[in-house]
Structures are given as structure tokens and as C-alpha cells.
Design a protein around this ligand. Sequence first.
Ligand code: ADP
Ligand code: MG
Length: 340
Amino acid sequence: METRTEISSLGEFGLIQRINKGIRPALPDTVRGIGDDAAVIDLGEELGLLTSDMFLEGIHFDLTFFPLKHLGYKIIAAGVSDIAAMNGIPRQVTVNLALSNRFSVEAVDELYEGMKVACKDFNVDLVGGDTTSSRSGLIISVSAFGKVKKDKIAYRNTAQPNDLLCVTGDLGGAYMGLQLLEREKQVFLANPNMQPELEGKDYVIQRQLRPEARMDVVYELDEAGVIPTSMIDLSDGLASDLLHICAQSGVGAVIFEERLPIDEQTYLAASELNIGAATAALNGGEDYELLFTVSQSAYEQIKNNPKITFIGYITDKKGEVELHTKGDTRVPLTAQGWNA
Ligand code: ADP
Ligand code: MG
């Protein structure tokens, strides 16, 4: 009898590992294949970067509260963010669309309006894609191409013990924004006359609906003469993405709960919804901030950058990632949070 293994028994990362095992890049210019934020291609003088992301209606976005224009912006930002995570400069994007007959020409226009704004903001060209019909709503995928000088690339697997752990912006906002939008949707479904209560919550809503890729920080690090020793963008959440850096670099890390950058609105939304703000910061996805490490000698060059927070350091304890809590205890971090 043929064996059948449930995908859930491997999980997303286990499945990718399994796919990876069966694939050996053979071309001499394939510098790095599966495993980082983008694949790396030798272009001679420079390295090329190539990344791809998919967004499915009902899985990644809910059009009852997600404006199409914002969705267009977000998918481009997501592609650019993976190029930023390699310390690269994005250049071109292609976009694939699958549409059901629920969507009008005007809806597609709106989607592309958002993409155009993002392309302008991040200085990339939309150069192609594919369009097809769908039986289940809207599916979009984006591929982004970027470049980086050979001595400036930042991989996930090159963090060193004693490096400082840095994060850009603030964390948990996109997750709290989503929780608020979902709550308002339920309220609206129960009573369509209810007005949404989103006043004073604009920042977290925006974090969910219109995230930014942190190209600004990539440029500022370059101006400061700092090359991260490793980097990843925060699409899955700090805990999960830090575990990727540590596992792939063969190192451990300690992060401090009191150092986690959390916006006031994230705190307020978390307390309103009875979620720990630190839990949102550690496990909330889609912030699209950068998590990176630098050698201690780089501290002086970036310590005054208000967009960068030092949240901890790298240790030589392979795979051991610990959270130093506000209560002065140390608990191991897992991809789901921490096991107290
Ligand atoms: P990110 O969150 O940065 O987009 P992912 O977690 O989606 O990265 O993917 C991790 C790595 O696995 C990347 O290098 C990606 O290219 C690769 N990957 C993901 N899915 C597949 C797939 N179906 N086939 C081959 N490689 C994949
Ligand atoms: Mg990424």
C-alpha cells in the first residue's frame, strides 16, 4: 500500500526542508538556493537576488476589510522586504493574478493603483506577470529581483556569538491591527448598523493594511558603513524568525522582554483584546521589519539611529534562544512563543 503522510505532520518549514533535500542547484552562478529570504545569483560584478511570495484570499487577506489598493501596496512591500533582508536593492517585480468573476475591471484597477504607489515608493519597476481565472477568489503572487554588492550581502546563516541583535521599527502592530479588524468584522456581521470602533487605532490598522519594507534602514546602514552579519525580515514573527537565524547560523540568542519595541497603540489594543503585548511582539507576523545582527564594533555607528533597537545578543549555545523576561527569569523561546 502506498504511504500517505499528512503535510501537517511536517509543518511548513518541515515541508520546505524536505523539498530542499531533493534539490541540488547545478549551475555555477547559483550561489544560494532554498533557505534564505531570496535566492542569490552571481551576476559577475554583483549578486542578483530573487524572491517570490503568494497571497490567497481567505488565507492571507480578507477583502471584507482589506481595501484592494492597500493589498496591491502590501504585496509589493512584501517582495521588496525579502530583498531588503539580504541587504539588497530591489529593481524589478513581476505579479501573477488569478481572479474569479466576482472581480470587476475597476477592482483590478484599484489593486494596480496600490502596486504603482509601492513601485514608486520603493523605486522598482513592475515588468510582467501572468493573469488567469480562479474558482476561489483572488490569488496574487509577486516575484522580486534585486541586486547587492558581493561584500555587502547579508545571509541568515552568518550570525556570530557576541553579535548584537537589532530590530527595526516596532513589533506586534500588524497582528494587533488584524485582531481589531476581525473583531469589527464580527460586530458588523452581527449588526450591520454598527459603526466600526477604530478611532485612535489608525497606526496598528495601518501596520496591518499598508506595511512598509524597511529599505530606508538598508540605506542608512550603508551610509553608516555597517554591514549586518546576518539578517531576516519579520514576516512570521520575531520568535520564529530569530529561531531561523540561530538554527541556520548554529548559534543561540538571548533577548530581553523589556527591550522589545512596542508602540503605544499596540499596547492599548493588546490590553483591550486581552492579549499580552509581548506575545504579540514575539509571535505576531507581518510587521515586515528587519531583524539583524551586527558585530559589537558596529555599535557606535548605529546606536543613535532611532529606527534601530538593540534587543539582545548572540550566544554560542547552538539553537538555544532565550527570553529574559521582565520578571528576571529566562525562558526558552519557541516558534509559538515561549514555554514558561
Ligand atoms: P520568506 O518568509 O522570507 O518569504 P519562506 O519562509 O516563505 O521565506 O521560505 C523559506 C525558504 O524556502 C525560501 O528560501 C524560499 O525560497 C524557500 N521555499 C519556500 N517554498 C518553496 C517551494 N515550494 N519550493 C522551493 N523553495 C521554497
Ligand atoms: Mg523573508
